[in-house]
Design a protein around this ligand. Structure first.
Ligand code: GLU
Length: 304
């Protein structure tokens, strides 16, 4: 029987909060229930936002929470050449093109498109401004302008003679309407790589058979399956777990400064109580996302 393997893959762009603890526990629970290995990967390619001190604290938080992982931690910033190779392969396949657009140019173009009068530019696919720039012009601009690389998704789909889908653990098939994804960025202007590319390369290199991650990443799964298919990488099984909400129905998230695990740890929280609480069926966080750690500890339970 092939080894079953999953991974927890936090990005050290801030301290872990209770929602991240819930996600890590979901991965661990799946691994324990399936006699599978759990790996830890630190997704720190975005040097504009990631910090080594966050990585250190994430490791301490996970240890405190009782999460153990198999083998060495993979740190993406140490493996940039792997992602460059994948990018080169897409380039050789002539499926990517440089995109010089700024965010505001893209927004303006979307607004001006008659077919999208009320479009929400955050979710609209890239309108293709740079897709058909003639090669000479493209090369000239590449000399002196910053650019991202985008996948020409329509062209990519035409080269594939198979339908793309992903499977969940129950064997349900989800077909990917790749044409609707828009030309996704496979290498950002600022960091020369993208989350999507790094993730699929690592999942393949680490032999990840099952991906257990939050609902917030469901929309990335079709993109990952498209990239895997283009690069000839194996297809893992995907399972998207619910997200942990606070007492007002807000999502626990770094950007709204949810209570951190570090602060709970320092306030004397019992990790066992926190684990049991988060793993109890249908649990929601009975506090506001930004409640003080000491108030939470007082109510939930102190380490004895
Ligand atoms: N690094 C991503 C995050 O922290 C998770 C990536 C994944 O699970 O595919 O949201």
């Amino acid at each position: 029987m092939p080894i079953k393997r999953t991974r927890f893959a936090p990005s050290p762009t801030g301290l872990m909060h209770v929602g991240n603890a819930f996600a890590a526990l979901q991965c661990q629970h799946w691994a324990l229930s399936n006699d599978a290995e759990l790996l830890l990967r630190i997704e720190d390619i975005d040097f504009t936002r990631c910090r080594p001190e966050y990585t250190q604290t994430i490791i301490e938080d996970l240890q405190w929470l009782g999460i153990t992982w198999h083998g060495k931690i993979r740190q993406q910033s140490q493996h940039l050449t792997c992602y460059q190779q994948a990018l080169s392969k897409l380039q050789q396949l002539e499926l990517i093109y440089p995109c010089f657009c700024t965010r505001s140019q893209i927004q303006q173009e979307i607004k001006s498109m008659a077919s999208a009068p009320h479009s929400d530019d955050m979710h609209d696919p890239y309108p293709g401004i740079c897709r058909n720039i003639p090669i000479i012009k493209r090369q000239q601009r590449m000399q002196h302008e910053a650019f991202a690389w985008r996948l020409d998704v329509k062209k990519a789909c035409q080269t594939l003679h198979q339908s793309i889908y992903w499977l969940d653990e129950q064997g349900n098939q989800y077909h990917v309407q790749a044409e609707t994804l828009g030309d996704i960025v496979v290498a950002r202007k600022d960091i020369a790589i993208s989350y999507h590319l790094a993730v699929i390369v690592d999942d393949a290199l680490q032999g990840i058979s099952h991906i257990i991650r939050g609902e917030d990443l469901r929309s990335s799964t079709p993109i990952h399956r498209l990239l895997q298919t283009l690069l000839g990488l194996p297809a893992p099984t995907y399972q998207h777990h619910r997200l942990m909400m606070d007492s007002h129905g807000n999502r626990l998230a770094k950007r709204n400064q949810s209570t951190t695990l570090k602060s709970l740890r320092e306030a004397g929280m019992s990790p066992q109580i926190l684990r049991n609480f988060l793993m109890s069926k249908d649990a929601t966080w009975p506090f506001a996302y930004d409640s003080s750690a000491s108030a939470i500890v007082q109510q939930l339970g102190r380490r004895t």
